[in-house]
Design a protein around this ligand. Structure first.
Ligand code: SF4
Length: 294
């Protein structure tokens, strides 16, 4: 049975480990030069909670203080989620990430990016960092289906993911893949096929983030959702349907794949549907009842 992230962290580090959401100052190639980005992506670049970009050690200190006010946290992951955190000058990024992992209490580095932004120089940089502290590379795949990928303007094909995955794993990095359940036009079988594909990857996938599609104000997907001519393509799952599906997805995964997330956490103020996902406690309770996971 797969493990949830909290279990994995406790077993690995002997205590609870907290994420510090930080900003690398990178943008995203899919939102530049006339590109409008993935249709579900909001202005914040799929990570609305990061501390502002500035001196990284100051940002870490600030983010730590926020967490330490409410907990007795001692270990942290430097987490760069928003936009594409390997898109930029590699020398600058290398300096930034080396600084970010320099405090003793930072036990790992987590970097969200796109498979088309991990060239040989980036992999080399990540490998160097990984020799110092574990580096997790998070790839936003969302779906294996080309038709859906092109419809949501993901901006790369599955082959690009496969190539990046192979090179990252060969370099010894930990790879985590993001999947969105409920993308327009996809059936339950299509979504399960994406998870089956990931479950069969060789080498074995280190981690997965599952989340329900969230329609956010200001996105292209919001416009489509509000447009009657697209309405039939959207099936916004109920909480019951979604949690059943997550249980099925997790049951397909090998025990070595750590489940980092099972629900979406988009910005509440932008969320249009499904509104049940704002009630995180209820969603998590339901997931805990249905999903067989350590
Ligand atoms: S790759 Fe990420 S940041 Fe870029 S448009 Fe897509 S979801 Fe947004």
């Amino acid at each position: 049975m797969p493990q949830r992230l909290s279990t994995y962290l406790k077993n690995t580090y002997g205590e609870k480990v907290y994420r510090l959401s930080l900003s690398s100052g990178c943008s995203c190639p899919n939102r530049e030069g006339g590109q409008k980005g993935c249709t579900f992506c909001s202005e914040g670049g799929s990570g609305e909670f990061a501390a502002g970009f500035g001196d990284i050690l100051e940002s870490i200190e600030y983010a730590k203080q926020v967490i330490c006010k409410k907990t007795d946290a001692k270990k942290f992951i430097a987490y760069f989620q928003s936009y594409t955190n390997t898109y930029g000058d590699v020398e600058r990024l290398s300096k930034l990430y080396h600084e970010a992992i320099s405090p003793d209490e930072i036990v790992a580095l987590s970097i969200g990016t796109r498979p088309d932004c991990v060239g040989a120089d980036v992999v080399e940089m990540l490998k160097e960092l990984n020799a110092k502290k574990p580096v997790w590379v998070e790839l936003g795949l969302q779906t294996i289906h080309e038709e859906t990928a092109s419809r949501v303007n993901r901006g790369y094909e599955l082959g690009v993911f496969e190539d990046a995955y192979k090179r990252l794993k060969e370099a010894g990095l930990t790879v985590i893949v993001h999947v969105i359940l409920g993308l327009p036009g996809e059936s339950i079988e299509d979504m399960l096929d994406t998870v089956r594909y990931l479950a069969d990857l060789s080498p074995t996938l280190d981690g997965i983030k599952l989340q329900n599609l969230q329609i956010l104000k200001g996105t292209k997907m919001y416009e489509e959702y509000m447009d009657d001519s697209y309405r039939d393509d959207f099936h916004i799952m109920s909480m019951e349907e979604y949690t059943d599906l997550v249980a099925e997805c997790v049951a397909l995964l090998p025990k070595e794949t750590v489940v980092h997330r099972m629900t979406g956490d988009g910005p509440r103020k932008l969320l249009v549907a499904p509104l049940w996902s704002t009630d995180k406690k209820r969603v998590i309770n339901m997931l805990n009842k249905k999903v067989k996971i350590d």
